[in-house]
Ligand binder design. Sequence first.
Ligand code: SF4
Length: 689
Amino acid sequence: MGNIETIDSVCTYCGVGCDIAADVDVKENKIKKIYAHPDGVVSQGKLCIKGKYGFDFVDAEDRLRTPRIRKSFLEKNPTIKDVIAKSLVDLDETWYECDLEAATTACALKLKEIQAQYGRKSVASIGGARTSCESSYLFQKFTRHTLNSPHVDNCARVCHSPSLKGMRVTIGEGAATNPYNDIYNTEFMIVIGSNTTEAHPIIANRILDVAREHDNLAVFDVREIKLHRFAKYKAIMPHEANLLILNMLAYVIIDEELYDESFIADRTKGFLAFKEKILSDPYANPDYFNELEGYEYLAKMVRKVAREYALKKSMIFWGLGITEHLDGSYAVMAITHLALMTGNIGKVGAGLMPLRGQNNVQGTCDMGMLPYYDPDYQEPKEVGLMTPQLVDEMLEDRLKAVLNIGEDLTHIHPNLNKVDKAFEHLELLFVQELFMTDVANRADIVVGVKSAYEKTGVYVNAMRRLHLSQPLVKSDLPDDWEVLQMLDNKMGGDANYASSKDVWDEVREVAYRRFSGADYHRLEKHRKRGLQWPVHTEDTPILHQLDFRTEDGYGYFVYHQYKLRGMVKEIQNKSLKGYHLTTGRTLAHYNNAAQTKRSPKLNDRYEEDILLVYEGDADDFVSEKVILKSEWGQTNPLRVKITDKVQPKTLFATFHHAESKINNLFGDKSDELILTAAFKSVQVEVINC
Ligand code: SF4
């Protein structure tokens, strides 16, 4: 035991951001055990199975330790090959191995050539939400300033960009308003479009604690999820009905005059016009559910939920079940309307909780890894393109190089057939990764980098809490920002940071409106409690207490009518046809499962993506595995599980395993404002294998 040291850090997986403690054999340089930090404010003594068992990836044999360059890339670029020839070592038919100097030199030479031939905007940077704030900051800075290209984006494009958009329009800030522990202070909770026990389990623990004691939970989802067991209001709704239901909740609050007049008068604008529109909208009256066979019970339930929400101190939680739709941003605005009209915001126990996905997706957006925001959500000089637009640019031969940090573009993004074709047009794909993931296997140059458990850096969780991670084990690999600094220097930039602290000190100056008071020393001192941004002399556990973070400080009502479509339209017209698929996560895995599938305790629980099928529809599924086909593409065979937990003519599948090709089913249909793919509903046909 003499070699064992206990080191505190933060979990590398989901946006909950649990505080962990690790027992590390410092002699062997090996993590032996990870558990909840005994004083963890976030984890509160418990980790989910990913946090607890998902660390085998750190010293997995197939960890990417040496940079690789594709042989065919060098055949096409003989001048570059000449420059780095001395460092090339034959690996296999496809790859050479080389040192970092050669890999970054090759990348820089090709970037220069591409920009000279196709222009400065022929280069884009995507990814970064699993890396630290320091690396995300440098990624966008290098792209915008040194490469002079406006095209930066991150994985929020396929998850919570609509939350950022919707919340900024109405309340000025795209982030959770309260700390997680405020769940213990609330009187009523609505969870909509979030399978919280699977995707954000340690937050689900709090919700369940409170729901068991106070019977004050309403859960809206398209299928039966674990949270429903403990809900007072168990609502199963048709696909694509989020905005419908959210507008109905607002309608009831207005119709029954349950709103907070003084809050509306003092803190908001646009209520009267909103009121007029909603009261004359036929889809906003919950009686509309009487026209939807099988869902009539929702008419009464929506009224009851609206009353409890309005009259109590309430919180709303949502996930990708809200955002990954054609009307995701509008649905988020509709959520904020509920808080604005009832005053359920800016107070202890009342607020809005978008449940962000990746461990640093909040921080990555805060750092300006978005085409329309500089760091700190300041306006950029030049707005770049969003990822789906960048894919179109590739097909048009205007975008020729992509730099990618930890974002599996060829697995977790939509319309993969189109992405495949688009990638063929690239002349350079440069990837920083932990493993040879799907996207790394398509790259021209791949560089292995430190994982979160091997480096120092700031991560921002889903409640705006900053956590300064510290390495659990030593690694000779470079941090993402170090690779970027080498590239920057080779491209004529002057990046000259000696440590991640140096980078963060610059972040605090550039993004001073949120981070000015969050220096490393203070983050270390407050490691247990954590600090929630904005951090100046004090931090800010609850946002919007005195005013909203819009330009004039008011909250805004911006009405959008529900558009009849999809499954709701089919049910209304009594013409439900085909199957509607929705996708989501399982507790055992994290996104593309590159890290989690290397832990047998996790992978043995969930080795393949499973398709859930309603028991009454079992006759259509005669084989053990089926292929799903949509107008956009088809999956590989998926194992079928018959259940009573999904609705008739609806299906559910996870998307973690690249070989399933689930995302082939999704096309360019996306959020109207922000292009987040409509992963939560697609019509499919079933082919028995
Ligand atoms: Fe890690 Fe999220 Fe699980 Fe917490 S809930 S242990 S942050 S994966």
